[in-house]
Design a protein around this ligand. Structure first.
Ligand code: ADP
Length: 458
């Protein structure tokens, strides 16, 4: 049996700001089903009631406690930006996660860490703890969920890491005079992966590498792309209690009820013949929110409706708020993070918009497919690996794909989508096809197990 210590800064349903939490909350469960023994470690943030909980019968989550560091209003920062002590917070967490393994006697074969918050762990193991008998057979895997977030900190904070000053160098933490936690993790982990095959290739290029393309390219022999799955117990129209009426590929009438409800609750004209474009997203440039904001008026001039749920950058919160005010009967804008509302949008929309400039994997497109909501995406990262254009490939098509980053490219695919929507028979077939696709964790969790074994063999 393989023992995996899973260390992550967020784990759904306990804490989540995005796809990272979804993945760390569902992959361990899928691994448990495949016979892997997984122990998950994550911070005990405000609102989490006990220090141990279960993700499934087999998977226990251990929470690392520290009042001063983790009992805060949010995970990483507030309106003023990132918390200034994030380096200390996650350096503390990384050490505590290893300490917890030792205390509980859980000897890991693999220590699976995620993103910059836990990227310190491979470094600590290869330096401070290199002779520690407890971790003698432990190998590390670092999963990059988004290369844009690297954990940059001022060099002056380096002593807080408690590591050899010599590690602040080109072959370690140093990145243009600053500390870069992810960079060191990429260099020290035994193995790496990212969350889709296309993104694994993209991050070796200047366009997508955020300055780390050289490091990634150097370690490409140790890098894999494994597509994320979605938690089909949580996301599925057949049993979803948060939606107006359940439905399935065979019984689509419930979807019409969900759409009518979405239109009604958003103050939009309740009309099945008007296509509804949904968005559930972080409001960030990465997600193509600049393109969407620029195109919103044009989209709404096409007798279409827009339902947006998102939180993030102030400029987009303001911008989309104004779109909502300019188009009261056809645009419904909710600023905030709201899980229940997200389900209603996935279920009630006809199309789901993801015009991302880059997208490591993306979960929204896979979730919306489950609900028969066709994604409109830019061809990048995980979007390129999961969505086929319905015009270019009528047999396998499950959405609409564009390449051009500008509004023009996006609106072109919107027009093609509206054309498909008007052809009821074709649209119905597309929808049913989309709903039958399998994006559960089964396939990807098996790939992780294979990779773990490969890493253990060295
Ligand atoms: P990322 O992790 O880059 O934000 P993903 O597509 O991988 O993007 O995952 C986003 C996840 O967060 C999805 O489960 C999506 O439904 C959810 N989500 C994003 N924004 C919101 C929001 N404002 N309210 C509720 N859920 C949201």
């Amino acid at each position: 049996m393989i023992n995996v210590l899973f260390c992550a800064s967020e784990v759904a349903p306990f804490a989540k700001t995005g796809g990272l939490g979804d993945v760390t909350g569902s992959l361990p469960v899928a691994l448990g089903k495949l016979g892997v023994r997984v122990a998950v470690v994550t911070p005990r943030y405000r609102g989490i009631q006990s220090s141990r909980k279960k993700l499934s019968e087999k998977v226990t989550v251990h929470f690392v406690e520290n009042e001063a560091y983790f009992n805060r209003a949010s995970l990483y920062g507030n309106d003023g930006g990132d918390y200034p002590d994030n380096l200390e917070r996650f350096s503390f967490f990384s050490r505590a996660a290893l300490g917890l393994a030792r205390e509980t006697g859980f000897k890991p074969d693999i220590i699976h860490v995620h993103d910059w918050q836990t990227a310190l762990i491979p470094v600590i193991l290869k330096t401070k703890l290199s002779r520690d008998p407890f971790f003698q057979n432990s190998k590390t895997l670092l999963t990059v969920h988004n290369l844009a977030y690297q954990g940059h900190f001022s060099h002056s904070l380096y002593p807080k890491l408690g590591l050899d000053p010599g590690l602040f160098s080109m072959g370690g933490f140093e990145f243009y005079g600053k500390i870069n936690l992810l960079k060191a993790g990429l260099l020290y982990a035994d193995a790496l992966n990212t969350v889709s095959p296309t993104y694994a290739r993209e991050i070796q290029t200047k366009e997508y590498g955020f300055g780390l393309e050289g490091v990634i390219h150097q370690r490409r022999g140790r890098l894999k792309g494994i597509l994320n799955g979605i938690d089909t117990a949580l996301w599925g129209p057949e049993k979803d209690r948060r939606i107006k009426k359940t439905f399935s590929a065979k019984r689509l009438d419930g979807k019409a009820a969900c759409k009518a409800e979405l239109q009604k609750s958003g103050g939009l004209e309740v009309n099945p013949r008007i296509p509804v474009f949904g968005i559930v997203s972080r409001l960030a440039e990465q997600k193509g929110m600049d393109v969407l904001l620029e195109s919103a008026d044009a989209l709404l001039s096409r007798k279409a409706q827009l339902v947006l749920l998102g939180d993030g950058d102030a400029v987009y919160k303001r911008g989309f708020g104004n779109v909502g005010r300019r188009h009261p009967g056809s645009a419904s804008v909710h600023i905030g993070f709201n899980a229940a509302e997200a389900h209603k949008i996935y279920a009630g929309s006809d199309f789901f918009l993801m015009p991302s400039h880059f997208e490591p994997c993306g979960l929204g497109q896979m979730i919306s497919l489950r609900y028969g909501t066709l994604p409109i995406v830019r061809r990048t990262g995980g979007l390129a690996d999961t969505i086929e254009d319905a015009d270019a490939d009528p047999k396998h098509g499950n959405g609409f794909v564009f390449e051009d980053r500008r509004a023009h490219g996006f609106l072109g695919s919107v027009d093609r989508a509206i054309r498909a929507f008007r052809d009821t028979r074709r649209f119905d077939a597309l929808r049913r096809h989309a709903m039958k696709m399998d994006f559960s964790w089964d396939v990807s969790a098996t790939e992780y197990v294979k990779y773990y074994k490969e890493i253990m063999r060295g």
